[in-house]
Design a protein around this ligand. Sequence first.
Ligand SMILES: NC(=O)c1ccc[n+]([C@@H]2O[C@H](COP(=O)([O-])OP(=O)(O)OC[C@H]3O[C@@H](n4cnc5c(N)ncnc54)[C@H](O)[C@@H]3O)[C@@H](O)[C@H]2O)c1
Length: 297
Amino acid sequence: MAILDGKVAVVTGAGRGIGRAVAKAMAAHGAAVVVNDLGVTVDGKKEPSTPANEVAAEIKTSGGTAVADGSDIATVVGGQSVVDHAIREFGQLDILVNVAGILRDRMIFNMSEEEWDEVIRVHLKGHYCTIRPASAHMRERKAGRIINFSSGAALGAPGQPNYAAAKAGILGLTYSSAVALAKYNITVNAIMPGASTRMTDSIPETRAPGGSFRPSDQAANSILDPANVAPVVVFLASDEAQYVNGQAIGAMGYRVTRYSHIVPERVLMGDGPWTVEKLAKSFKAALGTDMKPPRML
Ligand SMILES: NC(=O)c1ccc[n+]([C@@H]2O[C@H](COP(=O)([O-])OP(=O)(O)OC[C@H]3O[C@@H](n4cnc5c(N)ncnc54)[C@H](O)[C@@H]3O)[C@@H](O)[C@H]2O)c1
């Protein structure tokens, strides 16, 4: 018996890169998969390709169960339609994996409103658009797994202020949903992935974290093959992972990481309202001077 036998999964952005690897692994482990992809360029422009159809066909050729879905998950209508598609086709939805994403990199001082809005819309609103209907269905069934895609970029990627903000927002959404949905037997976790894909192809070599990204057309069987992210996602989607909730889990190459949560580190307690002068005097001694900016790990 395979670990996801009898489960139904939606994987967004599953036409390429990490989403494709996750969808294929889910199907290989027994799940029926809705392979969602809108078919856009890295910067989110619609292109004539239909990658969801190709991946669904690949899964079926290997003996798995899949259906292609071309919804735009960054719209409320699209999020609802991909969830409805799973229920219509397979009768239920057990697993939602939110992988779809785009990039519009620019330094903050040059970033246009459109670049800001589009990245926040596809990543952060995109997660809302699918989690909202999926969680309503899972709540009724008192079971579910939601796996979101954040990024190490949330920890301060300098040329990606829109993307870093969206990915940090996805962590907040993950934690809030994890706390809210635990009583319905639904877990919500976030992945901080790393894999050679067309998305990393677009990052200048000098900026790539870890430095070992290859061109995506040479990723197969390398350490940063997107396929190496998939086992972590399949595990989190399984019944075995019931005890994992509200976590950010790194999956890059052969390394699986558990990230800490942000917790108060040092506290300066006043005995009444602070004056700026008093605060300036006490701040250094109580809260320290050894403050470092966040670091992408
Ligand atoms: N590759 C990495 O090292 C890395 C690192 C950190 C985070 N991530 C995150 O992992 C996820 C997958 O990235 P990837 O590298 O595989 O990228 P990718 O560009 O290869 O794949 C993303 C897919 O999402 C689809 N998509 C985009 N907008 C969509 C929409 N509105 N509706 C439906 N589909 C849409 C695209 O068509 C594309 O097929 C993204 O969320 C990305 O931000 C990737």
